[in-house]
Design a protein. Structure first.
Length: 77
């Protein structure tokens, strides 16, 4: 597994709703609320970039209240 991070921007006032929905995704292994440009940062488990893109596009971006994401894929040295 490679650790990947996704920054999530939500609609104002929907931070908690998005946070609650993310808890149901088994691929998310850690998440934290933030102050600043993005509202949440999550750690996502995925075997490769193809799997990561499917999680972000098909699951995370479909959550009501998510307006933007920034994906930071992990690598192995």
């Amino acid at each position: 597994m490679i650790a990947n991070f996704v920054l999530i921007k939500t609609r104002p006032g929907q931070e908690c709703d998005v946070y609650d929905e993310l808890k149901y995704l088994p691929e998310i292994i850690e998440f934290h609320q933030l102050f600043g440009e993005y509202d949440l940062i999550i750690k996502v488990k995925a075997e490769d970039l193809n799997e990561l893109s499917k999680i972000v596009v098909n699951k995370i971006r479909h959550i009501e209240g998510v307006i933007d994401t920034k994906t930071l894929p992990g690598i192995k040295f």
